[in-house]
Design a protein around this ligand. Structure first.
Ligand SMILES: [Zn+2]
Length: 222
């Protein structure tokens, strides 16, 4: 069979795939977009589809299926993901590349959520009391993301320089409960240590007075 014979061979379903692409006959027109180029799929004899229209139609079907029976569709997708981990990974990668803005937003939200979950877990480990992450987030909102002692802006995206302080410290019988907790920056918490608020304010004002007087102060420790 020579090349000419290959060209005039009547189109059939299997014939499309074993022919080299440049020998594809040009009279095959996509039944949806009427585009003669890159027609690769025949759903019926003489019903040709280009790859884009085919993909689009499959998407339409999937959309329709998930609208009529969302649970089944979700289960089907989950099964597919489990069975095709490599393909799933590639598709996720493709989606991330196509939606950089959405991805950044998602990451930001996730980091924030993780921060409060992490804080809740740490608190549980240190004190044995579980304060839900959502409650800690509410406290954060109440303080408008600012340190309760210094008023500095705190950053929830990283846990850098952020800590939880017991208003009445634990060694003085302060309980680990929402009313006794507040978000502070780490330096302020270190400096405050076991002091009460009044003692801490006295300490700070002493420091200010002493430093402003060039290291000479009238304050005496009693
Ligand atoms: Zn088409």
């Amino acid at each position: 069979m020579n090349v000419l014979m290959t060209l005039i061979r009547p189109p059939n379903r299997m014939g499309i795939f074993d022919m080299p692409s440049k020998l594809l006959p040009t009279d095959r027109i996509c039944i949806r977009c009427k585009n003669a180029k890159a027609v690769v799929y025949a759903s019926q004899p003489h019903w040709y589809w280009c790859i884009d229209c085919r993909r689009e139609r499959n998407r339409d079907w999937a959309r329709k299926a998930s609208a009529t029976n969302p649970d089944r569709e979700r289960e089907r997708k989950r099964t597919w993901d489990r069975n095709n981990p490599e393909k799933k990974r590639m598709s996720v990668r493709r989606w991330r590349k196509a939606n950089p803005g959405k991805m950044a937003e998602f990451t930001r939200k996730y980091r924030k959520r993780r921060f409060f979950m992490y804080a809740s877990n740490t608190l549980k480990q240190l004190t044995g009391v579980r304060i839900p992450a959502l409650a800690l987030w509410g406290l954060w909102k109440k303080q408008r993301g600012r340190c309760a002692l210094t008023g500095r802006t705190l950053d929830a995206r990283t846990n850098y320089n952020v800590s939880l302080d017991h208003g009445i410290s634990q060694c003085k019988g302060g309980l680990t409960e929402l009313g006794n907790l507040r978000w502070v920056c780490l330096e302020a918490n270190f400096a405050k240590h076991k002091l009460s608020d009044e003692q801490f304010v006295t300490l700070c004002s002493d420091v200010v007075n002493h430093m402003n007087n060039g290291g000479k102060s009238n304050v005496r420790y009693t």
